[in-house]
Design a protein around this ligand. Structure first.
Ligand SMILES: [Zn+2]
Length: 59
């Protein structure tokens, strides 16, 4: 399955934080608009965030 933000996710791991802070490698808006599926990771045991976009949900 293609992930439209995967490249940017990769870039965010490589780029220095200040470039990320400037929004150059900011997350996509919402995977569901494109592929309909997020890839979740645990933020703080209460919320899950998507690797590829800025969506977060309560666990
Ligand atoms: Zn997503």
């Amino acid at each position: 399955m293609k992930q439209p933000f995967r490249l940017r996710t990769k870039i965010r791991k490589i780029l220095p934080w200040f470039l990320i802070d400037m929004g150059i490698a900011s997350k996509g808006d919402d995977c569901e608009k494109y592929v309909g599926e997020h890839e979740w990771y645990n933020i703080d045991n209460e919320y899950s965030g998507c690797y590829h976009c800025q969506i977060a949900k309560k666990r």
